[in-house]
Design a protein around this ligand. Structure first.
Ligand SMILES: NC(=O)c1ccc[n+]([C@@H]2O[C@H](COP(=O)([O-])OP(=O)(O)OC[C@H]3O[C@@H](n4cnc5c(N)ncnc54)[C@H](OP(=O)(O)O)[C@@H]3O)[C@@H](O)[C@H]2O)c1
Length: 369
């Protein structure tokens, strides 16, 4: 039986560790293996900030031993001069005999050209190994290239009877520590966390990664705030110099509110409004894509979730259901009609179901059509 899938699994695991740190570039894993013996000669993954790429790092680790070896790589090697020289050149110069790749890069500057250049250079190229997993890991890069915006992972926690908050001002704890740990890991693997001003005002969250060993991995925090109501006294504003905060607002934002937030280190950017007078979501996400963001974790409330569903901007959705019930007291329903319809329809499929302590998490993925 071929060991190819095992080496590709290793390359995928190496790439996955860097998710959230390499934007605007994808986090690519690479492994150089001696044919016959299966000895691992070198490994690499895209460095923080997006360069060097994973392939040259793995080739450098292998050194002269890379001559005649097999390279496993999670994404088609780049063939264009970007901020770094093309990886195809490095692979040919190293004398790699065979390349096994998981996913073709849809970037029009590459899109099959990387494979062609390698084949023309006499390298045996095999593609599509563990492609589904690679597509999941590289969803940010693929979505930014094909849709011009970051991929959106929507997360919502709800009570067993379907509410995401109580009716009154008191904060409702829905999930336990295991689920909270999972949320922090999603945050660490995101380029940015997105919320609406409703959540910022109700919960005054810090939206940082508080997992042992990953505390340096807090991503950018983004608030959608049409009229710039984010308080300078909020945690997000007060800690903006430690963990960057970006507020997307509109022309209606008062200048004094902008000055007060900017004085604290908050970045304020103006984006277009939609017909209803709110921030235009497709335009806001396109703006974030232009900035190079590839992976967004949406942790806003039901209004933002519903608006994302209405605009068909959700790529992955995780619903975490806790054991709490609000009963006749009721509260704020977690799922609006558009989100409910989207998850029940054929645009999404259930991809994973897991028990996180007392809470159950179900993840839905957009069908690739
Ligand atoms: N259980 C959970 O997973 C969870 C997660 C987060 C929050 N919550 C709870 O949800 C409640 C807050 O709910 P929410 O729905 O108000 O919070 P939200 O969705 O985070 O914020 C909604 C606000 O964002 C602003 N916004 C700007 N552009 C928007 C757009 N295009 N689409 C939608 N919103 C846009 C709007 O205010 P402007 O018009 O003023 O800009 C809107 O009222 C709190 O009680 C909080 O505790 C629960």
């Amino acid at each position: 039986m071929s060991d190819d899938p095992n080496f590709m699994r290793l390359a995928l695991a190496l790439g996955r560790r860097g998710l959230g740190t390499t934007w605007p570039n994808p986090s690519v894993g690479a492994v150089v293996v001696e044919p016959g013996t299966g000895r691992i000669l070198g490994t690499g993954a895209t460095a923080p900030g997006g360069r060097p790429h994973g392939e040259p790092l793995a080739l450098a680790a292998a050194g002269e031993a890379a001559r005649g070896a097999t390279l496993y790589v999670t994404l088609e090697p780049c063939s264009h001069h970007g901020r770094t020289p093309p990886c195809t050149n490095a692979i040919l110069a190293a004398g790699i005999a065979r390349v096994v790749s998981a996913l073709e890069d849809p970037d029009p500057r590459v899109a099959g050209r990387g494979y062609d250049l390698l084949r023309q250079g006499g390298v045996a190229v095999e593609t599509g190994l563990l492609q589904d997993q690679a597509a999941r890991d590289h969803i940010g890069h693929v979505t930014r290239v094909t849709r011009g915006r970051p991929a959106v992972h929507l997360k919502l926690a709800r009570t067993r009877d379907g509410f995401c908050a109580s009716a009154g001002p008191e904060r409702l704890r829905i999930t336990g520590p295991v689920a909270d740990g999972a949320v922090h890991l999603w945050r660490a693997h995101a380029d940015a966390i997105l919320i609406g001003i409703g959540t910022a005002r109700a919960d005054d969250p810090s939206l940082t990664v508080r997992l042992p060993g990953l505390s340096g991995r807090s991503p950018l925090r983004i608030v959608l705030d049409t009229h710039l109501r984010l308080s300078p006294a909020s945690v997000l504003a007060r800690t903006a110099r430690d963990t960057p905060t970006l507020v997307l607002t509109t022309r209606s934002a008062p200048a004094h509110a902008r000055r007060a937030l900017e004085a604290l280190g908050v970045e304020v950017a103006t984006v277009p409004v939609d017909a209803a007078g709110s921030i235009d979501l497709p335009a806001a996400l396109a703006h974030l894509g232009e900035r190079g963001l590839t992976r967004l974790c949406s942790e806003g409330g039901p209004r933002l979730a519903e608006a994302l569903a209405q605009a068909d901007l959700i790529d992955t959705c995780t619903l975490v259901t806790g054991p709490v019930e609000l009963g006749s007291a009721g509260g704020l329903p977690a799922l609006g009609p558009a989100l409910m319809q989207a998850l029940a329809g054929d645009r999404f499929r259930e991809a994973e179901r897991s028990q996180l302590g007392p809470d159950e998490a179900v993840t839905y993925e957009r069908n690739r059509i």
